[in-house]
Design a protein around this ligand. Structure first.
Ligand code: NAP
Length: 335
């Protein structure tokens, strides 16, 4: 009995050691690949096509122009193409058969399906599929949990989370044919939470989980899935403006239940809004790190799983929040 147990223990240990060695070997090759950032040569003009959502402004707008200049055929999904948004007009003025603006509200199933039809009609060979999808469309809001209505939670999730899921599902048959790429724009707030940002954070945490599941499922099919997690680029994009904050704050206060209004008081509420206003001019004005990371995810032979275009303060904070026990990171950053 004792001999059998000893044999069993030794055999288990040998198997475990072999597994550990395999894990270490894998880890070393992963670290090797991760430290060498290699860009594949840009596609031959028009050879690769990509759909980007949310191209009216911000990252999406810059990305559309950038990828077009690199030789991609760009399907630029724009929320307000039918309303003649200035950003859409500027993209149309490029007057190139590789820059195709498409009306696309990611909340509307019929607009997503129509966009996929337009893509199929314009691809040189639809059987070869679509190389890339960049799920970039997003909205943001703020507000403590007690200040945020269910309607607001649902509104933000409709665009950021369900919009990403809906557009991805609609494009996957084309992306699979190309053994292409899906790049989801999440946020550093998809990895670490922040007070007064729950309506936004929960959607971006959802995008992260969705991307991970999709990456595992698509791996055997040759499709690569990456997540880009920008830090603070508020000043460079249209995500927040004093006008947007004022409108959100007014509606929020008006819709608050009386008990919440009375318990917190107007002074507390106004202080929170004033703090939010100071963020409008914060962050990095240069979106190049985000654009470069998305480009890498679309073109590199071995794209990264996660990209962190952010300044050192936020990068360090994210490492602490995601790697240390909550009791320690809370003490450092939250309390
Ligand atoms: N800026 C930052 O600091 C930052 C940081 C981390 C992550 N992000 C993420 O980056 C992405 C791009 O945002 P951004 O910063 O570039 O802000 P942005 O300038 O506001 O761009 C977002 C774009 O999405 C569009 N959009 C909104 N609702 C849509 C819908 N239902 N369907 C399709 N498009 C829709 C907007 O159109 P309209 O302009 O017409 O409303 C806009 O063009 C978002 O996912 C955001 O969460 C931004």
């Amino acid at each position: 009995m004792l001999a059998a147990r000893t044999y069993f223990n030794i055999r288990t240990r040998t198997l475990q050691n072999r597994n550990h060695t395999r894990v270490l070997q894998k880890l070393s090759s992963v670290l090797n690949a991760a430290t060498n950032r290699s860009y594949a040569s840009p596609p031959e003009r028009g050879n690769k096509a990509v759909l980007i959502t949310g191209c009216d402004s911000g990252f999406g707008f810059s990305l559309a122009k950038n990828l077009h200049s690199k030789g991609f055929t760009v399907f630029a999904g724009c929320l307000l193409k039918d309303k003649g948004h200035a950003g859409v007009k500027e993209l149309d003025q490029i007057k190139s058969d590789r820059m195709i603006t498409v009306q696309l509200n990611v909340v509307k199933q019929e607009e997503v399906e129509k966009a996929v039809e337009i893509i199929k009609e314009n691809l040189k060979d639809p059987e070869k599929g679509l190389w890339g999808l960049v799920n970039n469309a997003g909205i943001s809001t703020f507000g403590e949990v007690e200040f945020t209505s269910m309607e607001t939670y649902k509104e933000v999730a409709d665009v950021n989370l369900w919009g990403t899921v809906r557009t991805t599902k609609a494009c996957l048959p084309l992306i699979r044919r190309a053994k292409g790429r899906v790049v989801n724009i999440s946020s550093m707030l998809g990895r670490m939470a922040n007070p007064a940002r729950s309506p936004y954070c929960i959607t971006k945490f959802g995008v992260e989980a969705f991307s991970d599941c999709l990456r595992y499922e698509m791996h055997p099919l040759g499709v690569k899935v990456s997540v880009v997690e920008p830090g603070n680029f508020i000043v460079a994009t249209d995500l927040y403006s004093p006008e947007k904050i004022k409108a959100i704050a007014e509606k929020m206060w008006n819709d608050l239940p009386e008990i919440v209004k009375n318990d917190y008081g107007r002074k507390y509420f106004d202080e929170k809004i004033a703090r939010m206003n100071t963020y409008c001019n914060s962050g990095s004005a240069d979106t190049a790190p985000v654009i470069n990371d998305v480009t890498h995810a679309l073109t590199a032979a071995t794209p990264y799983t996660r990209y962190n275009p952010m300044d050192y303060y936020w990068w360090l904070r994210m490492q602490v929040m995601t790697h240390l026990p909550g009791a320690i990171s809370d003490k450092i950053y939250i309390h």
